[in-house]
Design a protein around this ligand. Structure first.
Ligand code: ADP
Length: 190
């Protein structure tokens, strides 16, 4: 009897262990691009600070000036922007992105992809809550940007899903541009 009970307990513990997610499963990488307006307004530091202060780790970072082909891959092949927002918005947006260099970075942390989207806020600055990057640093509306014929300058791109994050990181970074290292936050954030 005791042996059977022990065996049942052992099997249930074993099953729990097998089903249990490991902490590693929660660590995600996501792409952030500081757009031309962030670079030209001289607020790169303030924006990067938003991500650093929650304890996200920068595992890759560079200034680049991508061509139209890369933006087409990024916003249409991966992001399906034409289907979602229409040809005109897509064209305005690519023109805006090509007005200057951008800072591309890969951030790593616990469930980093949705966290970074939360920090960045929704697409239209007018609707973005105060406390988000887009709400705190911009105020333009879709209506105004369309009337002006420009892409909405909303400071930052952040991957929309984990699947997009993986594809975007591969598009923007070579494997040897991403780094594994320990930071001091990890004692408390991981
Ligand atoms: P997000 O960047 O929030 O994921 P989208 O992928 O839908 O948003 O759009 C990409 C970018 O294109 C937006 O961040 C914004 O800068 C620009 N954009 C989106 N919709 C419009 C629009 N109607 N008119 C002009 N620019 C737009």
């Amino acid at each position: 009897m005791i042996i059977i009970a022990l065996e049942m307990w052992y099997n249930s513990e074993k099953l729990k262990g097998e089903n249990m997610a490991s902490t590693k499963d929660y660590i995600q990488r996501t792409l952030v691009v500081l757009k031309p307006d962030t670079v030209q307004r001289g607020i790169i530091g303030e924006i990067v600070q938003r991500f650093e202060r929650v304890g996200l780790k920068i595992v890759g970072m560079k200034m680049v000036m991508p061509n139209e082909a890369l933006y087409r891959k990024h916003y249409e092949d991966i992001g399906k922007m034409i289907t979602r927002r229409g040809e005109q918005a897509f064209r305005y947006n690519v023109e805006y992105m090509m007005t200057g260099p951008v800072i591309a970075m890969v951030l790593e942390g616990v469930e980093a992809q949705p966290l970074v989207r939360k920090i960045v806020g929704p697409t239209e600055p007018k609707s973005a809550e105060m406390g988000t990057i887009r709400g705190d640093f911009s105020h333009m509306s879709f209506g105004y940007s369309d009337a002006k014929g420009v892409g909405v300058p909303n400071l930052v791109h952040a991957s929309g899903s984990l699947e997009e994050a993986e594809q975007e990181i591969n598009l923007w970074f070579n494997a040897n541009e991403l780094y594994d290292y320990s930071d001091l936050n990890e004692k408390y954030t991981r």
